[in-house]
Structures are given as structure tokens and as C-alpha cells.
Design a protein around this ligand. Structure first.
Ligand SMILES: NC(=O)c1ccc[n+]([C@@H]2O[C@H](COP(=O)([O-])OP(=O)(O)OC[C@H]3O[C@@H](n4cnc5c(N)ncnc54)[C@H](O)[C@@H]3O)[C@@H](O)[C@H]2O)c1
Length: 312
């Protein structure tokens, strides 16, 4: 099956990125938003992304380290080609259709990527509202970070053409796309989505079965938790724990640098939701208290200028 018409539902952090990236790679993209207000909130996000894409391509003219994996195949691109790509960013941006009409968005889509709020009831309402509008051929993907697609498959009315396509934030740079089906997803739909991910400049990472947290978070969350436990139990300080990791493995960032990027609020939400954190005196409770104290001081990570480290 050939995919050409993409509809992205939701124009938030991820929806706006997926839409512009797909259009940049030549797909016909419609962004479906639930209200006129949401359209007005999405436009500036797209404008900002257009600026980022253009700047990154411009910077690559004299700095190979500006290479973004999702924008060009290699850092080594002739200047004339970069100029064409910069033009392509403008063409992609101008070609995006933003609509609140479900008929327009879903009535003729080859592929729908859902990137609305991470709330199962809202996902159910959304899928139920579009299932009868979609053509037979349409493949549906969720970008959900924490909900398994099997928990939503029944809402869609097409479990064989439903799977997860999970992007990382900043997809023009962090260009992984984790592809995860359910037991009901057909191999054909899965393969079409893998090819689509590749066609929009992503590296498709194929999961053979459902896994909460996909690949990255299945490794990252326990790793960061182990580092938090070392600190909360006063085994060593932030710098020593990070140095053990960076010097010991050659990795560029230690766990606390990574936590500053992820944001301490997200880290807190993850640990606070665990049953162990409800037990006073447990390591999880100590981690939650340590993170909460920093959050209360406004030290929520790199975006706030300070987390475990201070930033300019
Ligand atoms: N932010 C990330 O780093 C990230 C990374 C990977 C995946 N995701 C996933 O992508 C999805 C969207 O996340 P986000 O960070 O872009 O969220 P966001 O809050 O930035 O954007 C959500 C968008 O969906 C719209 N929306 C919210 N509820 C809706 C509803 N009930 N019906 C229709 N539209 C609705 C909002 O108006 C907004 O345009 C989530 O499933 C999230 O788990 C997020």
C-alpha cells in the first residue's frame, strides 16, 4: 500500500513536529485540531519549528556538527542542495492543512497518527468519533508514550490496522520511531508503518511484541531510578555518580545530566506513582522527597536554568 495522505490528530509538542517532518519529506499532511482555539495555538508552534528547521540546515553549510539526522542523510550536503531543502521547509509549512473538520481530516487519509492528550478516555472518545469516517484502507497509529495499543485497539474498529508509532521529542534530531503492534496488528500494516517511518527520515525501531515503555524507556527509567536511589540513600553525590557512568562507559552524559533534560517533574511523577513510594522510609519515598524538594525550589531541570546542575 502506498501512503501519501497523512493526518495528524493533535497539534501539541509532538503533533506539530510529526506534521512538519512528514510534510518536509514530501507527504500531503493535514493537521486535525478540535477547535479554532487549538488551531491558533498550533500555528506558532509550527512557525517556531519552521525556524528551527531552516536554522539547522543553514548552520550545516559551515558546521558539520549541526547535522540533524532527520533533516539530511549525512552532514556532507552540497550548499545548493541545502538551499533547496531550506526552500522545502517553507513549501512544507505552507502546504500544511489545519482543520477542525473531521470529514476533511479523516475522510480520505491513508495514515492517521494520533497525538492527542495521554488520557485513555479521551483517546476512546477520539477513536470512536472517527472510526466510521475512515476509508477501509486507512492505517491508524497512536503516538502514546504510556498506553499500550492493545488497550485502545477495540476503540478503533480496525485492530488489524492499528499500532503504535512512537516518536521521540525533537524528531528532526532524535529521529527514532519505535514501531509496536498488538497481537491483532496485521504484518502488512506493521510493514507499511515501518516504511513510512523510514520515508520521513526516522530510524524505525521494530518491537516484536508489546512492551510498556517501548525500548528506550524500558532501559532509561530503571537506569535513572538506580542513580536516584544512590543519591537519595546518600551513597555518593551527583558529580561522583555521573562520573562513574561517563568515565566508566564513555557515555557523553551521566544520569543526572539526563534527568535535567527529561525534567525533574516527569521523574517525580514516575516515582510518586509507584506503590513503593507510599511506604514511608522506602528508597522510592526518599527519591520522591528529594525530587520534590528541588521542584519546590524551582530547580526543575535544564529548561528552568537549574536542576541537579546549573545552566547558563
Ligand atoms: N511530549 C513528548 O515528549 C512525547 C513524546 C512521545 C510521545 N508523546 C505522546 O504524544 C501524545 C501527545 O503528547 P504531546 O506532548 O504532544 O501533548 P500536548 O499536550 O503538547 O498536545 C496535545 C494536543 O492534543 C490536543 N488534544 C488534547 N486532548 C484532546 C482531545 N480529547 N481531543 C482532541 N484533541 C485533543 C491538544 O489541543 C493539543 O493540540 C501523547 O500520547 C504523548 O504520550 C509525547
Amino acid at each position: 500500500m502506498s501512503i501519501q495522505k497523512i493526518t495528524v490528530a493533535g497539534g501539541g509538542v509532538l503533533g506539530s513536529q510529526i506534521a512538519l517532518q512528514s510534510a518536509y519529506k514530501g507527504f500531503d499532511v493535514t493537521l486535525w485540531l478540535r477547535s479554532e482555539g487549538s488551531i491558533e495555538r498550533t500555528r506558532p508552534k509550527l512557525e517556531r519549528l519552521r525556524g528551527i528547521y531552516k536554522q539547522a540546515l543553514e548552520a550545516l553549510k559551515d558546521d558539520p556538527s549541526a547535522f540533524c539526522h532527520g533533516l539530511t542523510d549525512s552532514p556532507d550536503v552540497p550548499i545548493e542542495e541545502l538551499d533547496q531543502l531550506i526552500e522545502q521547509v517553507g513549501i512544507a509549512f505552507d502546504g500544511l492543512t489545519l482543520t477542525i473538520s473531521s470529514q476533511e481530516a479523516f475522510g480520505d487519509a491513508d495514515l492517521v497518527i494520533e497525538a492527542i492528550a495521554e488520557v485513555i478516555d479521551e483517546k476512546e472518545t477520539f477513536y470512536s468519533s472517527i472510526r466510521n469516517l475512515l476509508p477501509e484502507r486507512t492505517i491508524l497509529c497512536t503516538n502514546s508514550s504510556t498506553l499500550l495499543p492493545s488497550a485502545m485497539a477495540s476503540f478503533t474498529g480496525r485492530p488489524d490496522r492499528f499500532l503504535a508509532l512512537h516518536f521521540a521529542n525533537n524528531i528532526w534530531k532524535q529521529n527514532t520511531a519505535e514501531v509496536m503492534g498488538t497481537a491483532q496488528t496485521s504484518p502488512e500494516s506493521y510493514q507499511v508503518v515501518v516504511e513510512f517511518a523510514r520515508a520521513i527520515g526516522m530510524i524505525p525501531l521494530e518491537l516484536r511484541k508489546e512492551q510498556s515503555g517501548y525500548l528506550l524507556n524500558s532501559m532509561l527509567v530503571p537506569f535513572l531510578s538506580a542513580a536516584e536511589a544512590l543519591l537519595a540513600n546518600d551513597v555518593a553525590d551527583v558529580e561522583a555518580i555521573d562520573a562513574a557512568w561517563t568515565l566508566g562507559t564513555g557515555a557523553p552524559l551521566g544520569p543526572f545530566r539526563i534527568l535535567d533534560i527529561v525534567g525533574l517533574t516527569t521523574a517525580y511523577n514516575i516515582v510518586a506513582a509507584s506503590p513503593a513510594a507510599q511506604e514511608p522510609g522506602s528508597t522510592a519515598a526518599r527519591i520522591a522527597a528529594m525530587l520534590k524538594q528541588r521542584i519546590d525550589e524551582g530547580k526543575t531541570g535544564i529548561n528552568a536554568g537549574e536542576g541537579f546542575y546549573k545552566y547558563q
